[in-house]
Design a binder for this molecule. Structure first.
Ligand code: ITT
Length: 200
């Protein structure tokens, strides 16, 4: 059976392929790039779960295949949970990871270490062409460092230091990050639903 990943974010695609393969899903994973004609999904939801479902339903309907989608972001305690669902376009241009990271560090420049708590959140959604849906969430809690460290991962990884770690997410190996990440937790929790609704 085939599953389509409803994301155009290269960092997510790499992680999702590894997470789902490690969880033993035998499905052939197609990327949204295999379906270039599909219109961009307007992320009009106000929660990660709503946006993940929007993306999964749009792709499932357009392709006739079961689709999984990820909506995720960084929620900063002293910013009242921002950037949250706006994490990908915090500095203005969608997907400009470097500008987003710079803006975040500038916004937190007056905030010292004990007050730099934050978490990554991920909603993992599965949608079938007939409209059946499932969605689950995962979190990774930590502290935001004062400057970027490491070259791995993507997005805000160079500044988020997971609780109990001395390294940032960008200093972890891909396997280490996936084992504890918001995305790893959410998609491993989605696997039983994929088995139940898609098979295998
Ligand atoms: P798709 O909608 O095509 O999946 P996107 O990048 O637009 O891709 P989102 O709207 O879910 O996806 O935005 C996610 C943003 O949150 C992403 O651009 C990063 O800035 C941040 N983010 C999410 N997961 C992350 C992670 O594991 N590490 C670092 N930053 C992350």
């Amino acid at each position: 059976t085939r599953l389509i990943l409803a994301t155009r974010n290269a960092g997510k695609i790499t992680e999702l392929r590894a997470i789902l393969a490690a969880a033993g899903l035998p499905h052939e994973l197609l990327g949204a790039e295999d379906y270039p004609d599909i219109p961009d999904v307007k992320e009009t939801g106000v929660t990660f779960a709503e946006n993940a479902l929007l993306k999964a339903h749009t792709l499932a309907r357009a392709t006739g295949l079961p689709a999984v989608a990820d909506d995720s972001g960084l929620c900063v305690d002293v910013l009242g949970g921002a950037p949250g669902i706006f994490s990908a376009r915090w500095a203005g241009r969608h997907g400009d990871d470097r500008a987003n990271l710079e803006l975040l560090l500038a916004q937190l420049s007056d905030i010292d270490m004990p007050h730099r708590g934050a978490h990554f959140a991920c909603a993992a959604a599965l949608a079938l062409p007939d409209g059946t849906e499932r969605v689950v969430e995962g979190r990774l809690t930590g502290t935001l460092r004062l400057s970027p460290h490491g070259t791995g991962g993507f997005g805000y990884d160079p500044v988020l230091q997971p609780e109990g770690e001395s390294r940032t997410c960008a200093e972890l190996s891909p396997e280490e990050k996936n084992a504890i990440s918001h995305r790893g937790k959410a998609f491993r929790a989605l696997v039983p639903a994929v088995r139940e609704l898609v098979g295998a």
